[in-house]
Design a protein around this ligand. Structure first.
Ligand code: MRU
Length: 345
């Protein structure tokens, strides 16, 4: 299984990333030893996916501390550089969460921060395995089927996490149980995380799938070609509203009309109980040229202005289940203002 994010102590301390902008054509590794390089990797989506962002957020504090030692930064400069990592992308709560989790250990030194970051990474991998088991159990029970056909959006596999995956982890678990018939992977405009990354992972894992344009997904659902939609999440608010890659809400609407479950899978680190509803989520708007050009070539007329929100928010009443490692809640049928707090422990 590919590791999207790794800490290496030698030949020099670094975060090693697989450059996801180059997949699937080339497997190029990035060696990150500075805050500038990390912020660039996050902004360009060389590293991406909410849980993977949590991991680089935590490891980014280590990188900043080591750079502070080399370059003689004072405390205020170090804090500002850590904030640059924390703020490199706004929507996935995991990035800020990863930074905030290890930040209190800064006065204890680099080794203590690194130990906390490593613990976070180990916990994410374990959480993914557990939520995948819970999600597969829930889907098989709810659909009453022995083998299911799944539609998914964006990329939620090992590349998007520290190991195994979330929505993809459930798909993998169903496959391992012999309970998966077929996956419809949305290509995921404009940066093609589905076509480039999910299809690459599904191919490596020997899982039958087709790649479809995002615009086909609603029709695939309404034609009865799938039994369940499974997506990941970038932020799940206290009432169960969920931000995920733009295009997710169209799947949810179609699932409601078709009467099939719409499942959100994420580690509990993606749950943001401090944000009451999806209306308060900051949606990242990316460079409009990602929309007005394709493969480096302008496709829209020169006068055309692109609109490029990277995420959308699916209202909780369209979500059949939110699956985390702590359990499953059913937002569509459980009206409760603090829904997720029920499994917060
Ligand atoms: O812009 P991206 O590629 O970082 O968006 C990723 C997604 O929307 C994923 O579905 C989400 O982060 C969950 S990853 C397990």
């Amino acid at each position: 299984m590919v590791l999207a994010v790794e800490w290496l102590d030698s030949p020099r301390p670094m975060i090693r990333l697989i450059d996801q902008t180059r997949l699937p054509e080339a497997e190029v590794m990035l060696e990150v030893t500075t805050v500038d390089a990390l912020v660039d990797a996050i902004s360009t989506l060389a590293v991406r996916g909410a849980p993977a962002l949590g991991a680089v957020g935590a490891l980014g504090v280590v990188v900043a501390m080591l750079q502070a030692e080399t370059e003689g930064w004072d405390e205020a400069t170090l804090a500002a550089q850590v904030d640059r990592v924390r703020d490199a992308r706004p929507t996935a709560v995991n990035l800020a969460w990863g930074v905030d989790r290890v930040r209190p250990a800064i006065p204890m030194g680099v080794a203590a921060v690194l130990a906390e970051a490593r613990a976070l990474i180990a916990e994410d991998g374990a959480a993914n395995r557990e939520l995948s088991r819970l999600g597969a159990d829930w889907i098989l029970a709810r659909t009453g089927k022995e083998r299911v056909r799944v539609v998914t959006h964006c990329n939620t596999g090992a590349l998007a996490t520290t190991a195994w995956g979330t929505a993809y982890g459930i798909i993998h678990e169903l496959h391992d149980r012999g309970a998966l018939e077929m996956v419809y992977a949305d290509e995921t405009r404009p940066l093609l995380q589905g076509a480039r990354l999910t299809s690459w992972e599904l191919t490596q894992d020997g899982i039958d799938h087709v790649v479809q344009v995002d615009g086909a997904a609603s029709s695939t659902i309404l034609r009865g070609l799938v039994d369940v939609a499974i997506i990941g999440a970038d932020r799940i608010t206290a009432n169960g509203d969920t931000a995920n890659k733009v295009g997710s809400v169209a799947l949810a609407l179609a699932c409601r009309r078709a009467g099939i479950p719409f499942v959100v899978a994420a580690p509990f680190s993606t749950v943001d109980l401090g944000t009451p509803t999806g209306a308060e989520i900051v949606i990242e708007e990316r460079d409009p040229t990602e929309v007005t050009a394709f493969g480096g070539r302008r496709t829209a007329p020169p006068e055309a202005i692109g609109f490029n929100p990277a995420f959308d928010v699916t209202p909780h009443d369209l979500i059949s289940a939110v699956v985390t490692e702590r359990g499953v809640v059913e937002p569509a049928t459980t009206p409760h203002p603090e829904l997720l707090a029920r499994i917060a422990g």
